[in-house]
Design a protein around this ligand. Structure first.
Ligand SMILES: [Zn+2]
Length: 68
């Protein structure tokens, strides 16, 4: 179990859940299952919107927004 950060693709809520790495808990705000792991830095939707730290290889491996 780990405290993981997720972002809802529907309402853009960022939230933390104490969960296993394979679990994708639905959004606590709108209940949508359309969520993804949230990473700061370049991996954030591939656009670097969130700023913060640079993407690293461990986050790229499961990041849907980062090409490399
Ligand atoms: Zn939501």
């Amino acid at each position: 179990m780990a405290l993981l950060k997720f972002i809802c693709n529907e309402c853009k809520t960022v939230y933390e859940e104490l969960t296993s790495a394979d679990t994708r808990p639905p959004c606590p705000e709108c209940g949508s299952p359309n969520i993804q792991r949230y990473y700061q830095g370049k991996c954030y939707f591939g656009g670097g919107v969130a700023g913060g730290s640079e993407c690293n290889k461990s986050s790229c491996s499961s990041c849907s927004g980062c090409a490399s």
